[in-house]
Design a protein around this ligand. Structure first.
Ligand code: GUN
Length: 286
C-alpha cells in the first residue's frame, strides 16, 4: 500500500505560511502583493482556474485584479493591457491564462510580460535562469511537485527520475528542477522507444502526458514514488495520467487526482507573487 501524498493538506499548510509572510511584509514595508490575471475568451476550464486563482489571492491577503477580455480581443489591445500592468506598482505578478484564442500568438504575449512580474516563469529570461539554476520565480506545477517531494521526505539526489511529457509548462522545467537536485533525469515523450522499460527504471516517475490512466501497473517499479500531473475530464469524472488503482499497491508514495498536484499549483503561483513583491520592496528600500 502506497502512502497517499495529500496535496490539499500540504497546500493549506503552505498557504497559511504565505498569509503570515504577507502580513509581515505589509507591516514592515507597506507592500501588499498584487496579482493580475488576464483571461481572454470563455474556455470553461480556464474560467474555473482563473476563479480559483482569484480566491487563492483573497485567502492569503493579496491584492488581486482580474481582466476578462472578449474572445475577439486583438493583439495590440492585449499587449497594451500587459504594458500598463508592467508599469503598475501595485501589481507584482501578471498571468495570462493559456491557452489563448488561436489568433493570438502565445509567445509574443508571454514575452510582453516584464520578467520580474512573470509569475508563471514562462518568459525566455526566466526560462534561461531556470536552465542555469539561478532563479527565484519557478513554473508553478513543477515547483508544487518539488515542494511535495520535500514535504514527504523524498530526496531526488542520486535517484533516477523519469518525466513522461516534454511540455514547456511542465515536462521540461520539471526535468530541470529534478536535475538541480541531483537526480539522474530521463525525459520521455510520444516518440520514445521502450517507454515501458524506461518507466520501470524510475525511482521517481512523473506523468505529465494528458492521457487518462496512461501509466499502468506494468510500467512502474516496486517502491517507486509516482507523481500524477494529469487532469483529464472523462465520462466517469476527473482522472489522472496514472491508473491509480492498478499502480497504488506497487508504489511507495503516490499523488491522487484530484487532491494531489493540483492544489499545489495555485499555491506556488501565490508563492511566486509573494517573492516578486518582496523583490519589488527590496528595490524600493535596499
Ligand atoms: N493553463 C494551464 N496551466 C497554466 C499555467 O500554469 N499558467 C497559465 N498562465 N496558463 C495555464
Amino acid at each position: 500500500m502506497a502512502e497517499r501524498i495529500d496535496g490539499k493538506a500540504a497546500a493549506a499548510d503552505l498557504r497559511g505560511r504565505i498569509a503570515e509572510e504577507t502580513r509581515v511584509l505589509k507591516e514592515k514595508t507597506g507592500v501588499t502583493p498584487g496579482l493580475a490575471v488576464i483571461l481572454v475568451g470563455d474556455d470553461p476550464a480556464s474560467r474555473v482556474y482563473v476563479q480559483n486563482k482569484k480566491r487563492g489571492c483573497e485567502e492569503v491577503g493579496f491584492y488581486s485584479r482580474s481582466f476578462h477580455l472578449p474572445a475577439d480581443t486583438g493583439m495590440e489591445a492585449l499587449l497594451d493591457l500587459i504594458r500598463t500592468l508592467n508599469g503598475d506598482e501595485a501589481i507584482h505578478g501578471i498571468l495570462v491564462q493559456l491557452p489563448l484564442p488561436a489568433h493570438l500568438d502565445e509567445k509574443t504575449v508571454t514575452e510582453a510580460i516584464a520578467p520580474e512580474k512573470d509569475v508563471d516563469a514562462f518568459t525566455y529570461a526566466n526560462v534561461g535562469r531556470i536552465v542555469s539554476g539561478d532563479f527565484d520565480l519557478v513554473p508553478c506545477t513543477p515547483a508544487g511537485i518539488m515542494a511535495l517531494l520535500s514535504i514527504y521526505g523524498v530526496s531526488p539526489d542520486g535517484k533516477h527520475a523519469v518525466v513522461v511529457g516534454r511540455s514547456n509548462i511542465v515536462g521540461k522545467p520539471m526535468a530541470l528542477l529534478l536535475l538541480h537536485q541531483n537526480a539522474t533525469v530521463t525525459i520521455c515523450h510520444s516518440h520514445t522507444k521502450n517507454l515501458k522499460e524506461i518507466c520501470r527504471e524510475a525511482d521517481i516517475l512523473v506523468a505529465a502526458v494528458g492521457k487518462p490512466r496512461f501509466i499502468t501497473r506494468d510500467m512502474v517499479k516496486e517502491g517507486a514514488v509516482v507523481i500524477d500531473v494529469g487532469i483529464n475530464r472523462t465520462e466517469t469524472g476527473l482522472v489522472g495520467d496514472v491508473d491509480y488503482e492498478g499502480v497504488e499497491p506497487l508504489a511507495s508514495k503516490i499523488t491522487p487526482v484530484p487532491g494531489g498536484v493540483g492544489p499545489m499549483t495555485i499555491t506556488m503561483l501565490l508563492q511566486n507573487t509573494l517573492t516578486a513583491a518582496k523583490r519589488a520592496a527590496e528595490r524600493e528600500k535596499p
